[in-house]
Design a protein around this ligand. Structure first.
Ligand code: NZQ
Ligand code: ZN
Length: 385
């Protein structure tokens, strides 16, 4: 097992009717900015519920944070916080609202151009406003991690940053608040959390026994409940399990002491930036193709994945590996998520542009061995056509 430090200060408040508890965790005299997305949180009553528990605190609201939140919109929130001298942020929404709130938290008192927070991937973040979250979409793990991904629409760039200063103080996970999700978003969440788990697991063995078993537990649980989570929107127990799985898939725990490979996400971010494809859908296209192209480097773990997640124990090694990749694709497709670029009307003419963007963003040595070069990314995209 590799050396690691593990730190996670986010308080999780889980279960039905838990929004009321946020009052205990926000200072009495806080001046709050409540941030949200489009209309979903207003329509399903979540915003009203949050407003009702904030008592006499000063509360301003900032709506309109898009999916794949934009720098341009978030800078308006930064201006509001500065103008109104607000000192606590409260995100109500999915990964986009939470990621956007993290950026606002870091940008408000940032000295210099706030876009540098993204170009330096968070290295220059020295302070951030405190914030909490009320999660309405299980998928990204943003509610319990220190990452954020922001899009600059002007340049069609999608970049991430991370800082221990942007862990949420608390996150409310009330599974009933997900009942109104469109099926497409639920399916996206299942795939996103599946791929987060895979990217911290499917590299090379380092004898990290419990991290492997944790990761396999998350994958097996997603395979077991994924289709039902989508088809039974008001099944509390399914939603509760899914919500906690998605959080655990990217709160850092399964990734400690093990190599990681975020190539699928990095290639996927360029696809979203250029073609507006939902985040999880880019992953469903890239992951199977990446596993095929990188099968030699990942052979040991692919065989473990085949045996322990898909119960594939017969045939040659290569047959088991290919069968496991096909099972993965079939799982994504069973959720209604296509796994080929052609299904998103993307042809071979798009590949040069995507490779150029990866190069511009310094994504030239990805993967657990830093050997997923631009040439390898090209092969991954070609194999996904
Ligand atoms: O905007 P509203 O009207 O609220 O609608 C949203 C949005 O259209 C809707 N929604 C959310 N909760 C709902 C609901 N609709 C009905 N009922 C509810 N309870 O769902 C739509 C998608 O929301 P969004 O927040 O964009 O989705 P998600 O949570 O999948 O977040 C995606 C973003 O997270 C980033 C992605 O790149 C993308 O920008 N990621 C963040 C990560 C992190 N911070 O660690 C890691 C991930 O890999 C990912 O990159
Ligand atoms: Zn993701």
């Amino acid at each position: 097992m590799q050396n690691f430090e593990y730190y996670n200060p986010t308080r999780i408040i889980f279960g039905k009717d838990t929004i009321a508890k946020i009052a205990e965790h926000i200072p009495e005299h806080a001046r709050i900015l409540m941030l949200y997305g489009g209309s979903s949180a207003e329509r399903n009553g979540t915003l009203a519920e949050v407003r009702s528990v904030l008592g006499g605190r000063t509360v301003q609201e900032f709506g309109g944070i898009e999916s794949n939140p934009t720098y341009e919109t978030l800078m308006q929130a930064v201006a509001t916080v500065r103008r109104e001298k607000l000192d606590f942020l409260l995100a109500v929404g999915g990964g986009s609202v939470i990621d956007g709130t993290k950026f606002v938290a870091a940008a408000v008192n940032h000295i210099g151009d706030p876009w540098e927070i993204l170009t330096t991937h968070g290295a220059n973040v020295t302070q951030a406003l405190p914030f909490g979250t009320v999660l309405t979409l299980p998928a990204t793990g943003s509610e319990m991690n220190s990452f954020s991904v922001i899009t600059r629409s002007e340049t069609r760039e999608k970049l991430g940053f991370g800082s221990t200063l942007v862990y949420p103080r608390f996150s409310v996970l009330d599974p009933t608040k997900t009942f109104t999700l469109p099926l497409r978003q639920v399916a996206n969440g299942v795939v996103d959390s599946f791929v987060h788990t895979i990217e911290q697991y499917l590299t090379y063995p380092v004898d990290a026994k419990v991290q492997d078993r944790f990761a396999e537990g998350l994958l097996l649980s997603l395979v077991e409940i994924g289709p039902k989570v989508v088809s039974e929107p008001e099944n509390y127990d399914l939603r509760a399990n899914f919500m906690w799985i998605a959080t655990l898939a990217l709160n850092g725990l399964i990734g400690v002491g093990v190599p990681q490979d975020w190539s699928t996400h990095m290639i996927g971010h360029e696809m979203t930036a250029r073609y507006d494809i939902d985040h999880a859908r880019t992953l469903a296209v890239i992951l199977p193709s990446l596993l095929r192209v990188c099968r030699e480097a990942k052979r040991g773990k692919l065989l473990q994945y085949a045996a322990r997640v898909w119960n594939l124990n017969d045939g040659t090694e290569d047959e088991r590996i290919e069968a496991a990749i096909m099972k993965t694709e079939a799982f994504f497709e069973s959720l209604g998520i296509p796994t080929r670029l052609s299904a998103y009307a993307i042809g071979s003419d798009a590949i040069d542009g995507l490779i150029d963007q990866l190069e511009t963003h310094g994504m030239t040595a990805l993967g657990e061995h830093q050997d997923v070069t631009l040439d390898v990314c090209r092969r991954v995209l070609e194999a996904a056509l």
